[in-house]
Ligand binder design. Structure first.
Ligand code: GA4
Length: 334
């Protein structure tokens, strides 16, 4: 009998498969966008974490839940139906595979370009398949979230003491801006999957976002984690479906000459609840030169830490790399 028990325990080593304990970040930096000190709070949070929660942003909750519901309708279709809007090239529907270099996550997603001039055949198919309500929800949401993105970028310029307060936001407002919207659907992984994986499954592996900043909104399911500045500690961010979470991307790190560093983040799936997040990635036009702002170099009496390159070159390098790769290292001056 005892040998039989040993076999069972070997097969189902329940005690040893407790999900790894996660630390919840207690003092998530929170910025009321209408507060007179918002600009300073934003810059401080971005220096310390590369991340903050934006509240009092004036985007109606209904607009967020509308897009949430419309995309959930899309995700509820059969796999065959959904795959008609894929594979993501890079826009369209994707499942489990992220990028084209072998990264896998417990996630399905829609990637959409926010620039109407460059609608790919895949997104066209998607819009035709789910006309009107879906299209309206996407367009309405993009307009609102783009405003939040630009407002944050202008406050950031103020906080950094840059006279030209639209130095960052003009790139996102530019009609050639290469911004995009992503909706990620992480279905609950269930106890069995979680246990066999030794804890929560990786929904989206660790990475930094290549763009300027990203503006994330999710339903009330946890999962998002950021890596602290020590480079090794991961902390969970409690969800808040009424707020936006802002992350610093690689392009902002370059423009501030490393003053504001991009933040490594990842998503773990919940065992019981499905997570839906929508992220707006504020990016510059493809032919825009990415370089430290002269005013920052002058005021800090610094030399540029980076070689000269365009957003197109950076994006191409990013898309050729694995998710977790430190892409900026390719562009640092040695
Ligand atoms: C990370 C940020 C955005 O989600 C994204 C991602 C892109 C993709 O899913 O196609 C990338 C990833 C992201 C960076 C490295 C490359 C490209 C997957 C990948 C392995 C849309 C983006 O712009 O870069």
């Amino acid at each position: 009998l005892s040998s039989q028990q040993a076999t069972l325990n070997d097969l189902f080593p329940i005690n040893t498969c407790k999900p790894t304990p996660t630390t919840v970040l207690k003092g998530v930096p929170e910025v009321d966008l209408s507060h007179p000190d918002a600009k300073t709070l934003i810059v401080n949070a971005c220096i310390e974490f590369g991340f903050f929660k934006a509240v009092n942003h004036h985007v109606p909750l209904e607009l967020m839940t509308n897009l949430e519901n419309e995309t959930l309708k899309f995700f509820k279709q059969t796999q065959l139906e959904k795959e008609k809007a894929g594979p993501p090239d890079p826009f369209g529907y994707g499942s489990k595979s992220i990028g084209t270099n072998g990264d896998i996550g417990w996630v399905e997603y829609l990637l959409l370009n926010t620039n109407p001039d460059v609608i790919s055949p895949k997104s066209l198919h998607l819009l035709h398949q789910n006309p009107n309500k879906f299209r309206c929800a996407v367009e309405e949401y993009i307009l609102a979230v783009k405003e939040v993105c630009c407002e944050v970028l202008e406050l950031m310029a103020d906080g950094l003491g840059i006279e030209e307060r639209n130095v960052f936001s003009r790139l996102v407002r530019d009609e050639r801006s290469d911004s995009c919207l992503r909706v990620n659907h992480y279905t609950a992984c269930g106890e069995v999957e979680a246990l066999s994986g030794g804890g929560n499954l990786i929904g989206f592996g660790e990475h930094t976002d290549p763009q300027i900043i990203s503006v994330l909104r999710s339903n009330n399911t946890s999962g998002l984690q950021i890596c602290l500045r020590d480079g090794v500690s991961w902390v969970s961010i409690p969800p808040d479906h009424t707020s936006f979470f802002i992350t610093v991307g690689d392009s902002l790190q370059v423009m501030t000459n490393g003053g504001l560093k991009s933040v490594k983040h990842r998503v773990l799936t919940d065992t019981n609840m499905s997570r839906l997040s929508m992220i707006y990635f504020g990016g510059p036009p493809l032919n825009e030169k990415l370089a430290p702002l002269p005013s920052i170099l002058m005021s800090k009496k610094e030399q540029s830490l980076y070689k000269e390159f365009t957003w197109r070159e950076y994006k191409n390098a990013a898309y050729k790399s694995r998710l977790a790769y430190n892409r900026l290292s390719l562009f640092e001056k040695k």
